[in-house]
Design a protein around this ligand. Structure first.
Ligand code: ADP
Ligand code: MG
Length: 202
């Protein structure tokens, strides 16, 4: 029901490959205390560093712990909200995203959000904030870049304000796991993260 894109637990995450990820911090999140405290988790970093994998692993733990969870990409979420708005099903759709104890929004920042999309996302984040339920969010954009991702800076700061009030940010710096074998084979000498940010849409 959580619509996780795949099943990968924390056991298959190689912490030694990604030293910027604090294993203790992740284990702490897997206790699920953050859910009862309404804390949000924001995973930031370039493509391929394990943001989605970690979000899925925490999502799996939440499901196993009996918490209702729902996984979506930012673009699917925004498309669903925009569509429901024009077909009169907005309230029902909004409820579907507000009700789960844990909402995972993957890949925030790959697509710019227009005014309506920004507003709808703001409403969702506000509602979850007010009811004290957690969001896990992944993004390849640093907070400083969020202003340009939203249609206007006022909405961006209003979203960030609510999102970050009770939150944990995990900044992952490092190499893409997807490219590790290619890099080892010498196919890729060095990849600039900026180049990947544009190329990677998976
Ligand atoms: P991101 O969401 O940051 O772009 P993903 O989580 O999708 O990256 O990771 C890309 C692929 O590499 C996935 O198949 C994921 O399971 C794997 N992966 C990433 N980091 C690790 C890691 N440290 N250990 C094991 N697998 C990893
Ligand atoms: Mg991802």
């Amino acid at each position: 029901m959580a619509r996780l894109p795949y099943r990968k637990g924390i056991d298959s995450f190689d912490f030694s490959f990604q030293p910027s990820v604090d294993k203790k911090q992740i284990k702490g999140l897997l206790t699920l205390r953050f859910l009862s405290e309404g804390v949000n988790v924001v995973l930031l970093g370039p493509p391929g560093v394990g943001k989605t994998h970690l979000a899925v692993a925490i999502g799996m733990a939440a499901c196993q712990g009996g918490y209702s969870s729902y996984f979506t990409t930012a673009s699917d979420l925004v498309a669903a909200l925009v569509k429901s708005h024009s077909t009169g099903k907005f309230d029902a759709r909004m409820r579907a995203f507000t009700r789960p104890s844990l909402l995972i929004i993957d890949e925030v920042g790959y697509l710019p959000l227009d005014k309506q999309a920004s507003n709808l996302l703001f409403q969702l984040v506000s509602r979850r904030y007010e009811q004290g339920s957690s969001v896990i969010l992944t993004s390849n954009r640093s907070y400083g870049e969020w202003g340009s991702m939203f249609s206007d800076a006022v909405i961006a700061s209003a979203v960030l304000d609510r999102l970050l009030h009770r939150s944990v940010t995990i900044n992952i710096r490092g190499d893409s796991y997807r490219l590790k074998d290619k890099r080892r084979a010498g196919v890729i000498a060095q990849v600039r993260p900026e180049a990947l940010a544009v190329a990677d849409t998976s």
